[in-house]
Design a protein around this ligand. Structure first.
Ligand code: BGC
Length: 809
């Protein structure tokens, strides 16, 4: 399907032949934040791109333009089901088509190298093989829907600290066996139509100019024939980027391509045929996605429609990982009363922050989900602890609109503002408003508090602001965020508190925040970005815990939802530690002491420390579960469905984690650990994490009866010995029989999911890829098949190995 038809190649050549140098170079440069210019002379529509990866935001950064929000990529990987990833992809293509998007800026297939990586929720796993399988399923699905993907961020963008400048020093072997491996597998299995080159530098060359990795390996060795787009603002040099294989510089209008590229050809610094190569790849993309008139696209008719809500719910429950379940605490026995506790149980954290943000039309919180699933009177709720340590974008209780004025103060347009956040990225200014005429934006409306007490209001962004609440002006000055090293600071930075006032629950007050528009310094981007922020009156943390303990005591079961916040896990910065923010650890301990039947639901995109884990009955990891997360949680807690997830990444404490460093020194971050990251490193160091890679319990039991293998295919017979139907992820690890210090003790070589009813048998058939036996020979610069004796270890996780076979290859 993803193959380039000869008709496409012919159409590309014809179209190219009709373009002059200026048109060609214009096509390679963003015309705004999200699109390339149309070239009507060749019937080329404007190619539109959008993030990615859990939904399709579209070209507008606003809740006015909602999208289905699927669970976080870590959750998708926890399903260990490439087929499910493929179905997610088909849905996302449907969403993209609905929004006029041709290119989805996803998936993210960087690896979980250090648990401190702030953006891990957006990547899949610490394991390159699992990442490659899930990523292949995802790309296949999106492209089956006729929409392009850009597999990102090529390569070694595994942390956020100094991401624009960091020089990651990665050995050839680690690059090949770990960081390049998912990209290679996806190129081979799913033929992606695009790739995104990263901000960072690898071994001295910035990725948007990396001739060796892009032209040499990706295109040369692997045969990638798609287009290469820069990460946003990553392209720095016209000649370097074009020679380094970069086809498209985003965003625009100011880029290193366009006029600068035409000039470089005219000056003789580049040759036009070099430009043609890049243009060909963009035209091929256009033809594939149906943006080139009179050319049949790669997918002539879209696949059957997918029901987004149902898929979001199925995916979430299939991703939840039950890591502990003592005394069969779960599923909840019918008739039991439940005390639901936690701020995130009511105000659910369903997705991770940054460019991955989408705006779902609705969110089912755990409180909504359980209230719908349990009988009347069976559920109580207490906040317990509020992990938010700072103001958040004004949302609940606010009714706002955006009023745009010119320099004379005349209203020139009005826009809707579903939340207190304005992110107008160029094309989405309100009707009648242009960047030239726009002088100020006022967010104005009312706020109706849900609690009485001292409310805080604040401002996010850089520039001159005036903040007025209930008739009093609290701030009328300029503010500048402390850290402006990341040009997207206005998107990711912290709000600054500017006003505190006593308000009464249910009594509306007027609020107004005026911003004098200042386009970002040093960035050729037309982005109007700022936000009104708010925080509820603080409550005494001890009183909140005491209230939760009372609720837990009065109920049969306590379900505590603990969570990270968007100041802990987001694009744009790394984590300082792995602790749950605020008093949440104290809360769990207190509730567990009051009720032995305490179930903890962990709402985070990547690992957090769970120091109380042995003191509670059950622990369920729910990731960032997407818009239907609360409904899926009810499905799993009540036992309507079993939790289907297995850990795609080791969960352990920061003190024990073998690889943690994310901060460069003198601009360099050496990947000193070589091929030993994730479980490979934990095993090498002989350390035991809280929960191992691959771990996850269902609601039934399995016995592994037999394994047969010829060294290529592994056939495993297993039996469901429990009393309900279930699904098992059969994991196959390969371990050299003679330990070899240069190689991990074992590594994931294959897996397969099987289903069986109670008492029934099932067979899992896993094919071992040749690559599982190979290492990269740094001296000879080639793959080397390591002959010898291997144990094939089959089981439920890295540590729970049930049955083995030895082979000689
Ligand atoms: C992110 C990319 C994203 C792009 C566009 C960048 O900051 O690193 O993943 O696709 O912005 O939003």
């Amino acid at each position: 399907m993803a193959d380039t038809g000869t008709h496409i190649e012919a159409a590309v050549e014809t179209a190219l032949g009709k373009l002059d140098l200026d048109a060609k170079t214009r096509l390679l440069a963003g015309q705004d934040m999200w699109s390339l210019p149309a070239l009507p002379e060749i019937g080329l529509a404007s190619l539109v791109m959008s993030d990615g990866p859990i939904g399709v935001r579209g070209v507008r950064w606003t809740a006015d333009d909602p999208s289905v929000a699927l669970p976080s990529p870590t959750a998708l990987a926890a399903t260990w089901d490439p087929g499910l990833a493929r179905r997610a992809g088909v849905l996302l293509a449907q969403e993209a088509r609905r929004k006029g998007v041709h290119v989805l800026l996803a998936p993210t297939v960087n690896l979980h190298r250090s648990p401190l990586g702030g953006r891990h929720f957006e990547a899949y796993s610490e394991d390159p093989y699992l990442t490659g399988r899930i990523g292949s399923g995802y790309v296949t699905g999106v492209q089956e829907g006729g929409v392009a993907t850009t597999v990102k961020h090529f390569v070694a963008n595994d942390a956020e600290t100094d991401r624009f400048t960091v020089n990651n020093l990665v050995g050839e072997r680690a690059l090949r066996e770990l960081y390049l491996a998912p990209f290679e597998a996806i190129v081979e299995n799913a033929r992606p139509w695009g790739i995104m080159t990263a901000y960072n530098t690898v071994n001295g060359t910035t990725m948007t100019e990396h001739h060796h990795l892009v032209n040499g390996i990706l295109r040369g060795e692997w045969g990638f024939d798609g287009f290469n787009v820069s990460d946003w603002m990553a392209a720095r040099d016209t000649v370097g980027a074009l020679r380094g294989g970069l086809d498209v510089a985003m965003p625009g209008p100011g880029t290193v391509y366009g006029e600068s590229l035409a000039q470089a050809v005219r000056d003789g610094r580049l040759d036009e045929p070099e430009v043609d190569e890049a243009v060909r790849r963009v035209l091929r993309l256009a033809a594939r996605v149906g943006a080139l008139a009179d050319v049949e696209p790669a997918v002539p008719a879209p696949p059957a429609p997918v029901h987004g809500e149902a898929l979001a719910r199925e995916l979430a429950r299939r991703s939840f990982v039950l890591v502990r379940n003592e005394r069969a605490a779960l599923p909840l026995r019918p008739g039991r009363t439940v005390a639901l506790i936690g701020a995130a149980a009511r105000d659910a954290r369903v997705l991770g922050g940054g460019s991955a943000t989408v705006f779902p039309a609705h969110v089912v919180s755990p409180l909504d989900g359980l209230a719908a699933a349990l009988p009347e009177g069976a559920l109580s709720y207490a906040v317990g602890a509020d992990p938010t340590t700072e103001l958040a974008v004004a949302d609940r209780g606010f009714t706002l609109r955006a009023v745009c004025r010119d320099a004379a103060g005349t209203v020139i347009g009005t826009g809707s503002a579903p939340s207190g956040q304005i992110q107008w990225t160029g094309t989405d200014l309100p009707d009648g408003v242009t960047h030239d005429s726009l002088h100020s934006v006022e967010l104005t409306g009312t706020f109706t508090p849900r609690a009485s007490g001292r409310h805080s209001f604040g401002i996010k962004g850089a520039g001159a602001f005036t903040l007025t609440v209930a008739g009093t002006t609290y701030f009328d000055d300029a503010q500048q965020p402390a850290d402006v090293s990341d040009p997207f600071e206005a998107f990711f930075g912290s709000p600054v508190p500017r006003a505190e006032t006593e308000l009464t629950a249910g009594e509306p007050v007027d609020v107004s925040l005026t911003y004098v528009v200042r386009l970002p310094d040093g960035i050729p981007l037309k982005v109007v970005a700022f936000a009104l922020a708010h925080q509820e009156p603080p409550r005494d943390p001890d009183a909140l815990i005491a209230e939760a303990v009372e609720a837990a005591r009065a109920a049969d079961t306590a379900v505590v939802v603990v969570a990270t916040t968007d100041r802990v896990e987001s694009e744009g910065f790394d984590r300082a530690d792995l602790r749950l923010p605020g008093r949440q650890d104290d809360l769990v301990r207190a509730v567990a002491a009051a009720n032995p039947d305490t179930v903890v639901v962990v709402n985070s995109g990547s690992p957090v420390e769970l120091p109380w884990r042995e003191d509670v009955a059950a622990v369920l990891l729910s990731w960032f579960p997407g818009q239907e997360g609360g409904a899926a949680l009810a499905d799993v807690l009540t036992g309507a469905h079993e939790p289907g997830g297995r850990l795609p990444t080791t969960w352990g404490s920061l003190a024990d984690a073998p690889v943690t460093r994310v901060a460069p020194s003198d601009g360099e971050l050496p990947y000193e650990e070589g091929v030993f990251i994730g479980y490979r490193a934990w095993e090498k160091e002989g350390r035991t994490p809280a929960y191992v890679f691959g771990h996850g319990l269902g609601y039934t039991d399995w016995t592994y009866d037999s394994v047969e293998t010829d060294g290529t295919t592994v056939a495993v017979r297993l039996r469901n010995t429990g009393d309900r139907a279930g699904r098992e992820v059969v994991q196959v690890y390969l371990a050299p029989t003679e330990p070899d210090a240069g190689r991990p003790a074992r590594w994931l070589a294959g897996f397969a999911g099987v289903e069986a009813g109670p008492g029934k048998s099932a067979e899992a058939v896993v094919t071992l890829p040749r690559r599982a036996f190979e290492i990269w020979d740094e001296a000879a610069h080639r793959w080397f098949f390591v002959k010898g004796s291997y144990e094939i270890q089959v089981g439920r996780s890295l540590a729970d190995r049930r049955i083995t076979a030895t082979i000689n290859v």
